[in-house]
Design a protein around this ligand. Structure first.
Ligand SMILES: C[S@@+](CC[C@H](N)C(=O)[O-])C[C@H]1O[C@@H](n2cnc3c(N)ncnc32)[C@H](O)[C@@H]1O
Length: 203
C-alpha cells in the first residue's frame, strides 16, 4: 500500500493484516513506521512496489499525485490479488475545493482525470484490471475551530506558498470568509467531500 502518514496502515494492521507500505517521501515513511511499528515501510516509487505477492494493494488518495496512474495500477495488479484505490471526487463534489480556491485562486483545479468515474474505470481497464466495484463514499471533514482548520492548511505546500505571497492576517481572513457557509455553530466547520473507491482484480 502507499502509506502517507500511516492511518490506513494502522487500521489494516489493527484488523490483522501484515502491512507493507511505500511512499516516495521519506518523512511520510518515517511517520508511518512510527504509527505502525510492526509494519514494513519503504521509500519507493509507486511504480516500483515490492514484489509481494500481496493479498491487497491499496492506493489511498495517491493516483492524482502520480504522473502515470495507469502504470501505477498495472504494477499494483502484478503484485496484488486485489487492487483498491480511492480518489477525490470531482471538484464540485468536494467542499475542500473552497480551501484551494481561497489560497490559490489562479491555480487550476485538479482536472477531470482520475476524479471522473468513467476515466478512472478506463484507466484501470487499460492497466489490465477487471473492475469489480466503483463506489462513492461521503467523507465529511470536521474542524472544531479556526485554528484546527487553518494551522495544518497553512503548513501544506499550497498554504506555505500562499503565505509567502500575502500578509498572514489577510490570508487567514480570506480563507475564513470563504469558509463562512460551512460553519456549523460553536465556531466549528464541516466540509462535505466525496471519495471514489475502485476495487479491481488482475484480469
Ligand atoms: C494525499 S497523500 C495520501 C497519503 C495516504 N495514502 C493517506 O491517505 O493519508 C499522497 C501521498 O502520495 C505520495 N506520493 C506521491 N507521489 C508518489 C509516488 N510516485 N510514489 C509513491 N508515493 C507517492 C506522497 O508523498 C503522499 O504521501
Amino acid at each position: 500500500m502507499y502509506n502517507g502518514q500511516g492511518l490506513f496502515a494502522r487500521a489494516a494492521s489493527d484488523r490483522g493484516a501484515r502491512v507493507t507500505g511505500v511512499d516516495i517521501d521519506a518523512d511520510a515513511v518515517r511517520q508511518a513506521a512510527t504509527a505502525v511499528p510492526e509494519g514494513t515501510f519503504l521509500v519507493r516509487h509507486a511504480q516500483d512496489p515490492p514484489p509481494g505477492p500481496f493479498d491487497v494493494v491499496a492506493a489511498v488518495q495517491l493516483l492524482m499525485h502520480v504522473s502515470d496512474p495507469v502504470a501505477v495500477l498495472r504494477r499494483a495488479g502484478r503484485v496484488g490479488g486485489v487492487v483498491a484505490a480511492t480518489v477525490w471526487g470531482r471538484d464540485r463534489e468536494c467542499d475542500l475545493r473552497v480551501l484551494q480556491e481561497a489560497l490559490a485562486p489562479s491555480r487550476p483545479g485538479r482536472g477531470p482525470a482520475v476524479s471522473e468515474p468513467a476515466r478512472l474505470r478506463a484507466m484501470a481497464e487499460r492497466a489490465g484490471l477487471v473492475v469489480e466495484r466503483l463506489e462513492e463514499v461521503s467523507v465529511p471533514f470536521d474542524y472544531a475551530d479556526d485554528d484546527e482548520l487553518l494551522d495544518p492548511l497553512l503548513a501544506t505546500p499550497v498554504g506555505r506558498s500562499a503565505a509567502r505571497r500575502a500578509d498572514p492576517d489577510a490570508l487567514r481572513a480570506t480563507v475564513l470568509e470563504a469558509l463562512e457557509p460551512y460553519r456549523t455553530g460553536n465556531g466549528a466547520y464541516r466540509l462535505q467531500n466525496l471519495f471514489r473507491v475502485l476495487v479491481a482484480r488482475p484480469a
